[in-house]
Ligand binder design. Structure first.
Ligand code: DGL
Length: 274
């Protein structure tokens, strides 16, 4: 079989910070022999309280960096950036671009109480893309939306089980349960790392829906249909960059990736101008 040269090229993945590692983990499970480039835009985290224009500009800069490093596809491992930038990225770059959005459709299929809750950033929940998603898939059920200010910051500092994280989750989740929600959608890739705490607070009967594995399947399908799956038999490698301080970001990435990883500083021209 004959493979195009770029099938051996890496896949680029980015997020505002370390949340996208929850997607990276699923991509690594699904595609063991692909090389993966990951950018954490830590100088700009959180994206959720920035303007859509700002998030779009950052998404374009980071995608330029990834494509400049020969990424054969780019995964926007961030709901907020997908909402703000996916159309622009698809119109500006010729590589396949895969995004992520709150898994409303699967949650609506799952709920028995008819009440579904979405935990996400303010940016995601106030965007047009989310409004369209609700209009398409939210009919017939009650969809409660809950912006979760502060949770991304807990994950960025490695506070997955802290009292602060627990108090925030209780504040956001308990009222949703009181209103009858039996299904909680994790609409931000950072929140996956808080699943044990969310489960602990919500209890065993609640379904927690997270689209990360589905995104990895979708990436495989997109690579397959473009004849871009790597023909390499060896195990793929991961490389990490941050627009923030590598010394600060490295311990959290290493903890979440379960390895002592090297984190490089994103070249200046791709960093925010301030
Ligand atoms: N992981 C991003 C998301 O899925 C984080 C958002 C943020 O930085 O506020 O939305």
């Amino acid at each position: 079989m004959c493979f195009p040269m770029n099938a051996t090229y890496p896949i680029g993945i980015f997020d505002s910070g370390v949340g996208g590692l929850s997607v990276l983990r699923e991509i690594r499970r699904e595609l063991a022999n692909e090389d993966l480039l990951y950018v954490a835009d830590s100088a700009c985290v959180p994206y959720g309280d920035k303007s859509p224009q700002f998030v779009e500009a950052r998404s374009v800069a980071i995608t330029e960096f990834l494509v400049g490093r020969n990424a054969k596809a780019v995964v926007v491992a961030c709901n907020t950036a997908t909402g703000a930038a996916i159309m622009t990225l698809r119109s500006r770059f010729s590589v396949p671009i895969v995004g992520i959005e709150p898994a409303v459709k699967p949650a609506v299929g799952k709920t028995e109480s008819g009440v579904v809750a979405v935990l996400a950033t303010n940016g995601t929940l106030s965007g047009d893309k989310f409004a369209n998603l609700l209009a398409r898939f939210g009919a017939g059920v009650d969809v409660l939306i809950q912006p979760c200010a502060g949770l991304v910051e807990q994950v960025e500092t490695g506070e997955f089980y802290s009292d602060g994280a627990r108090a925030l989750i209780a504040k956001y989740v308990l009222p949703l349960l009181e209103r009858g929600a039996d299904t909680i959608i994790l609409g931000c890739t950072h929140y996956t790392f808080l699943t044990p705490l969310i489960r602990d607070i919500a209890g065993p009967a609640i379904s927690i829906v997270d689209p990360n594995a589905a995104i990895a399947h979708e990436l495989r399908r997109r690579l397959e249909s473009n004849n871009l799956l790597s023909p390499d038999a060896r195990r793929g490698k991961e490389r990490f960059w941050t627009s923030g301080s590598p010394d600060d970001v490295k311990p959290v990435i290493s903890q979440l990736w379960n390895a002592d990883v090297e984190v490089r500083r994103l070249p200046k021209r791709y960093c925010p101008s301030t």
